[in-house]
Ligand binder design. Structure first.
Ligand code: BYC
Length: 313
């Protein structure tokens, strides 16, 4: 069969909502786009552990510490499902991790901001995990089977993450004047970077058109961002706090909230490696990889021994 026919069959399958599986024929560009997106997503989960890990030893109570530990552990698990999904496309774990360490692969811009107070743990849960879920619920219907299935489980855990973040902010918002100020300050700092998580405006999004055609993405960056803003405007009222955007206003014609200008210059600076914590985050990941050499060697030696014993039996 000619490549042209194979491509047509592939697109027919996508249009018929049939999932693409690892052994199916796929265009090389589809495979590459999925490797790019899934590996960047996996890296985001693993790098995303760092700003929160920073607060585990400083959580204000045993209960909060246990919740935060569980959340950070979940993120390691999400990274593992996603690295595994990525491997089904024919790329090794080492290669994807090397791409992160060399700066060739991206990870979400959001994790290049510092977590300055305990309230940031609440704001990250509410806003960062909230933005992540909005994007990931859409991705449970993505066309590549292993990615879609990994996302189903991830979303269940992410919704717990978001709720614990909101609940933590709710407690602070009903606390002392100092706690309320801390809560508002965290919301002010995380709001705009959370909106940037959805990626550039549709007009600047280089991958969206093709990814929508292949149903890797089902909603555009701007659609998801708007959905997120509409949701947060209602939720922030429950906290008795405000969002740091004087231009937020209901637009009855659009049936959505209008919002102020996003600082895209800041976004691209962070994506290019010049955010407040980019160097620190990459350095921490490289160090963890080096520190883990002995664990990988021990696991490989154990696997060899087990195989040899099984063969001898
Ligand atoms: N940060 O053409 P576009 C989480 C890049 S949550 C950095 O629109 P696409 C977690 C983009 O890669 C976060 N780079 O791209 C939550 C592209 O460059 P390349 C992880 C970004 O792929 C809590 C260029 O800009 N979630 O894990 O169609 C705790 C043009 O963009 C960003 C995911 O990764 C950004 N924010 O759409 C712990 C979800 N935005 O690659 C962990 C899966 C854009 O061509 N990913 N860029 O050089 C996606 O859904 C899509 O990749 C995006 C971007 C919506 C993010």
């Amino acid at each position: 069969m000619s490549v042209h026919n194979l491509e047509q069959l592939f697109q027919d399958k996508i249009d018929a909502e049939i999932k693409i599986e690892p052994l199916d024929w796929m265009p090389e560009a589809y495979r590459k786009t999925n490797i790019r997106q899934i590996s960047q997503h996996a890296h985001s989960e693993i790098v995303g552990m760092l700003p929160e890990g920073n607060w585990i030893s400083r959580a204000p109570s045993l209960k909060r510490k246990a919740i935060l530990l569980a959340k950070v552990q979940d993120e390691a698990g999400h990274g593992l499902y996603l690295y595994s999904a990525c491997e089904t496309l024919g790329i090794s774990r080492e290669e994807t991790i090397n791409d992160l360490h060399s700066g060739r692969a991206k990870y979400s811009s959001i994790f290049n901001y510092p977590t300055l107070s305990w309230a940031d743990m609440g704001a990250v849960g509410w806003l960062v995990d909230g933005a992540a879920i909005m994007n990931q619920v859409m991705l449970t219907r993505t066309s590549y089977g292993p990615y879609a299935r990994a996302l189903v489980r991830i979303c269940k855990e992410e919704s717990f993450h978001q709720r614990q973040g909101f609940e933590s902010l709710l407690v602070l918002s009903r606390g002392s004047a100092e706690q309320r100020a801390m809560c508002q300050d965290a919301i002010n700092r995380w709001w705009w970077p959370a909106l940037m998580m959805f990626g550039p405006r549709d007009s600047e999004s280089t991958n969206s058109d093709q990814s929508m055609k292949w149903k890797i993405k089902r909603k555009t960056n701007d659609e998801l961002r708007q959905q997120f803003i509409d949701m947060c405007v209602d939720q922030v009222k429950l906290l008795g706090m405000t969002l740091p955007d004087p231009d937020l206003k209901w637009n009855a014609d659009r049936n959505h909230y209008d919002f102020g200008a996003i600082n895209w210059d800041e976004f691209w600076q962070v994506v290019k490696g010049n955010g407040p914590c980019n160097r620190e985050r990459l350095q921490a990941r490289k160090q963890a990889w080096e520190d883990g050499v002995w664990v990988r060697e021990a696991a490989a030696a154990h696997a060899t021994k087990k195989r040899e014993r099984a063969n001898a039996a």
